[in-house]
Ligand binder design. Structure first.
Ligand code: ZN
Ligand code: ZN
Length: 111
């Protein structure tokens, strides 16, 4: 007599897999979904990726910082990561450039 292993349908790949391979993963309003070992791994990898992407996005500093030239009070946006020299587009001087802290709160530390 062949011992029949209980199987269930994996919610991920829709394959019939033995119960011992199944892990119930919480999922949205459905409550939980049975997933086979491979799908659990896939799911976790996916989650990890989304998390990483989110973290990266939140780590991304603002591209430009608002600077103000103390000489002519000209305000301009400058990308600190860019290659352009930080100088006033109006008077061309770079010795009196200050971060304009009043108009924009910058998350970026000056390194
Ligand atoms: Zn599966
Ligand atoms: Zn200027």
């Amino acid at each position: 007599m062949v011992e029949k292993v209980k199987t269930t349908i994996c919610g991920g790949c829709k394959k019939s897999v033995p119960m011992y391979e199944i892990k119930y993963m919480p999922k949205g309003y459905e409550g939980s979904v049975p997933l086979c070992r491979q799908c659990v791994l896939d799911e976790e990898a996916k989650k990890q990726k989304t998390k990483e992407r989110k973290e990266k996005a939140s780590l991304m500093p603002k591209k430009t910082i608002r600077f103000v030239c103390e000489r002519c009070r000209y305000k301009f946006d400058y990308d600190p990561k860019g290659r352009k020299a930080r100088r006033c587009p109006s008077c061309g001087k770079d010795d009196k450039i200050e971060e304009d802290k009043f108009s924009m709160s910058s998350v970026l530390e000056t390194v």
